[in-house]
Design a protein around this ligand. Structure first.
Ligand SMILES: NC(=O)c1ccc[n+]([C@@H]2O[C@H](COP(=O)([O-])OP(=O)(O)OC[C@H]3O[C@@H](n4cnc5c(N)ncnc54)[C@H](OP(=O)(O)O)[C@@H]3O)[C@@H](O)[C@H]2O)c1
Length: 243
């Protein structure tokens, strides 16, 4: 049985391709989004309850290989999965899409992590946090005139700092949508995690078109393990295993 660690667009594609190829597989979601679109595989949801419980799950469900297509910032999960797979002798592959690279016209400041954002915020600016609510506590309060944090689900608690608001939006968003939104809100700084991928690069194109500077949070360190950057190579790896 293959365990597909999901949470990315690639995981969605791979779930479909694994189902089409009749590979025995189960998908796992972190459960951070309240009503995620269904995957094409039987799916469990929510954390496993730590490393030991994850290991117990792998044994109890006769998992024989792990295909890790979590979000590029879900690095704790990736590192732990790679380590436990190595310990148990299970084949493990990470699917990690390429990071975005700045091009002509982009005005990016690279920052190491969420905690580094505050030092780079232009005092009095309107900051759009395209990072999701999970990053908010790490980012902390900002010297902005206003901070707006977009998240998929309706917030279950008020914005944790003064002068900030949540807004709800479920991706994907077009370039035109993002440009109209940033103009309407008067955004003059954008905070983005370097997730990579075409679908969510539209905000970066809109920022470039409008001349909005971007604070780009770099990816956390990834596991020292076998890795591909696309679904085709991931499926070739799966097909190369014994089923
Ligand atoms: N994970 C995602 O699907 C996802 C999607 C979009 C964005 N992100 C971004 O990535 C950053 C870190 O996210 P994160 O807290 O989910 O990752 P993380 O820090 O790597 O993982 C934290 C815990 O979440 C659980 N977990 C993560 N992925 C899981 C999966 N596929 N199936 C079951 N449990 C899973 C595990 O809990 P246990 O220890 O209890 O097993 C893990 O220890 C955030 O900034 C978030 O915005 C993540």
């Amino acid at each position: 049985m293959l365990l597909l660690l999901a949470g990315s667009g690639e995981a969605r594609t791979l779930a479909q391709e694994l189902a089409d190829a009749a590979i025995p597989a189960v998908a796992s979601l972190a459960g951070v989004t309240r009503a995620p679109a269904a995957l094409a595989l039987p799916t469990r949801s929510g954390g496993f309850g730590g490393a030991q419980a994850f290991e117990t799950y792998l044994r109890a469900h006769s998992i024989t290989a792990i295909l890790d297509a979590t979000h590029p910032f879900a690095a704790r999960m990736s590192r732990r999965s790679a380590e436990i797979a190595a310990k148990l002798g299970l084949p493990y592959l990470q699917v990690l899409r390429p990071a975005w690279q700045p091009g002509p016209g982009d005005n990016w400041t690279l920052v190491a992590d969420e905690e580094s954002i505050a030092a780079h915020v232009i005092p009095g600016s309107t900051v759009f946090l395209a990072t999701g609510r999970q990053s908010l506590i790490r980012i902390g309060p900002l010297a902005a005139r206003r901070a707006i944090c977009r998240q998929i689900d309706r917030p279950d608690a008020p914005y944790p700092f003064a002068d900030g608001d949540f807004m709800i939006g479920r991706p994907p968003f077009s370039v035109a949508h993002e440009a109209a939104l940033f103009s309407r809100l008067g955004v003059n700084q954008l905070v983005v995690k370097n997730a990579g991928g075409d679908a969510s690069a539209t905000k970066l194109t809109a920022a470039r078109d409008l001349g909005i500077p971007v604070l780009m949070i770099q990816r956390p360190p990834q596991p020292d393990a076998e890795r591909v950057d696309n679904c085709a190579e991931a499926m070739a790896w799966v097909r190369g295993l014994k089923w």
